[in-house]
Design a protein around this ligand. Structure first.
Ligand code: ZN
Length: 450
């Protein structure tokens, strides 16, 4: 076959095309960030124990340059006064699956996974990213995807091709053959041409564990996620069994930390969670059946619990509607729903660090901020729930120097809710203003004075 070289004619063609469609290119460029003065009756700065009145945040070049009445106002800044509202740091969801389409039809979900092209999955995911951002979530830690869709979505959002929250992605969640993170569980052996291995995140033995971390790192992982125990939505395992050995978890966390990657362990059962905690995991996700010993270990070591209360909520709603759920999954879901709330309350009483994560995808994308009232309903102080979804999560994600609080020097991720969210935590479900890195993505009040 003849190879064609691109000469001057082809160069001219590219230039002409570019000139003919400048708008298409412009859409993929970084939106202009102006200078703003955001005002509201109150402000939650992400770390204080009370709201401060009045609220004032100054933004320039995508960053916060001042907070409070004494902040210097840049010349020409646009002043937006929201009146009876509260300014808060952009919310963080430490547990999402933006590439998973929510569906109440389990058979259709399985078919979608097998039939949809990667491009369709990516386009679906971009719609999920948009509704998540519009709900006030400006950063997510996305903890499980397939076929590298998460990496592509993260990059597209970063490059302003599609709107969405800043994403930290894990590429493949790592787990054992037949475990919760073995995406081919329940399917006929050999359906995908071979038994899944480290390249798909399925590992057996510490050597493979270390290799799989290196593969995730190579292909763009910001964080490393492991499945330390069984799960609810997998067909063939028990929900609470340990699924990785101590040696495997040690290898994963050791390698991840050496590569400066934070780690998260999906863990419902106590034994698998304890192995992950001993291995110095940064957070336990779900934690449904944690016993006192596991919680004490977390308290002592500073391990975060990300309780994902919206996950059982979403499944409970499906059960209430009489949705078809395969029998093994239904039994596990009922056991998890029965145990989870009480475990959260014990963790709270012991003073375990708690982050906010929701398992979006298990319930409908965009309802993320309902996690706040779930936490408060179970006894968490509203101000502490707000900290969980801002500064605590920023710490957990290793981004405390950039996001999670409204302070000079931080990225200008700012949201606004009506009224006072400490008096009524459900105001967090009515985010009407979303700014990410100084760019306004949503302003439903539009109250502006110049
Ligand atoms: Zn999850």
């Amino acid at each position: 076959m003849m190879r064609k070289s691109y000469g001057l004619g082809m160069l001219a063609f590219f230039c002409a095309s570019f000139l003919a469609v400048p708008l298409a290119f412009a859409q993929a460029q970084k939106p202009v960030s102006k200078s703003y003065v955001l005002k509201a009756a109150r402000i939650f700065d992400g770390k204080s124990d009370a709201l401060v009145k009045p609220g004032l945040v100054v933004v320039a070049d995508g960053k916060i340059t001042g907070v409070g009445a004494s902040a210097a106002i840049p010349e020409g800044a646009e002043v937006i006064d929201f009146g009876d509202a509260t300014l808060l740091p952009g919310f963080i969801d430490a547990h999402t699956h933006l590439t998973s389409m929510y569906s109440e039809d389990y058979k259709q979900s399985a078919l979608n996974y097998l039939q949809k092209t990667i491009a369709e999955q990516a386009l679906d995911a971009s719609a999920n990213a948009r509704v998540t951002l519009m709900a006030g979530i400006t950063t997510v830690r996305d903890v499980g995807s397939s076929d590298f869709v998460d990496v592509g979505l993260r990059n597209a959002i970063r490059d302003h091709v599609v709107p969405g929250p800043r994403m930290l992605v894990c590429v493949h969640a790592l787990g054992a053959t037949g475990g919760h993170c073995d995406g081919s569980d329940g399917y006929r052996a050999g359906l995908f041409g071979h038994e899944a291995g480290p390249l798909e995140g399925v590992i057996n033995g510490p050597e493979q564990a270390r290799y799989a971390v290196r593969l995730d790192h190579k292909y763009g992982a910001d964080i490393i996620k492991v499945c330390a125990t069984g799960g609810v939505l997998s067909l063939t395992d028990d929900v609470d069994t340990p699924q990785l050995t101590q040696e495997e978890l040690n290898a994963i966390v050791d390698e991840a930390h050496a590569l400066r990657r934070k780690t998260a362990a999906h863990a419902h059962g106590a034994e698998g969670a304890k192995r992950a905690i001993r291995a110095s995991i940064d957070s336990i996700e779900h934690g449904t059946f944690l016993d006192d010993e596991a919680l004490d270990m977390m308290k002592q070591r500073g391990t975060y619990l990300v309780p994902t209360l919206m996950a059982p909520q979403g499944i409970q709603e499906q059960i209430d509607k009489g949705t078809y759920i395969p029998a093994p999954i239904l039994a596990k879901a009922k056991a998890a729903i029965a145990a989870g709330h009480q475990t959260f309350q014990r963790a709270l009483a012991k003073g375990v660090k708690i982050g906010l994560g929701t398992d979006a995808g298990v319930y409908e994308h965009g309802r993320n901020t309902e996690e706040f009232h779930q936490m408060v309903d179970l006894g968490m102080k509203p101000i502490d729930a707000l900290k969980a979804g801002t500064s605590a999560d920023a710490n957990l994600l290793g981004l405390a120097d950039k996001i999670g609080t409204l302070e000079a020097g931080k990225l200008a991720d700012v949201v606004a809710v009506p009224g006072d969210p400490v008096e009524n935590i459900r105001q967090t479900e009515h985010v009407f203003f979303v700014m990410k890195e100084g760019v306004i993505y949503k302003n439903d009040r539009g109250s502006a004075a110049h």
